[in-house]
Unconditional design. Structure first.
Length: 123
């Protein structure tokens, strides 16, 4: 049973501006997300924008937004084929349990200037 659906779009330029302030990036992203994004070279901010969109979409799927959730507690990882998955920790895990969701589905896409993510929460 679907408990929530969220979608978000992020302009890559927004993340590029944040990139000039390492504190912003460290505040919003799990350390492993930052490491993986840096490995992408010129696509670093495209990757971060897609992951930020996923975090926002996750909050929308919860139906509560991200109030009380540390963004670093939402981590987007990709498998060897590039399929993204969301892992949750601490505050995000508590919010997911409170909703009663057991599965998280995420889809990411990006094109030059924008990154889009969709999240579905299922019981």
């Amino acid at each position: 049973m679907i408990l929530g659906i969220g979608i978000d779009i992020v302009q890559v330029e927004r993340l590029e501006k944040w990139g000039h302030n390492a504190g912003f990036i460290k505040r919003f992203f799990h350390p492993d997300e930052i490491i993986e994004a840096k490995k992408r070279g010129s696509s670093e901010y495209l990757s971060l924008a897609a992951r930020f969109a996923a975090k926002e979409a996750f909050g929308k799927a919860l139906g509560t937004g991200l109030k009380g959730i540390c963004l670093k507690d939402i981590r987007v990882v990709s498998d060897y084929n590039g399929k993204p998955t969301i892992m949750v920790y601490r505050t995000a895990e508590e919010a997911l349990k409170k909703l009663g969701a057991e599965n998280i589905f995420v889809s990411l896409t990006h094109e030059k200037d924008n990154a889009v993510a969709m999240v579905v929460l299922e019981k």
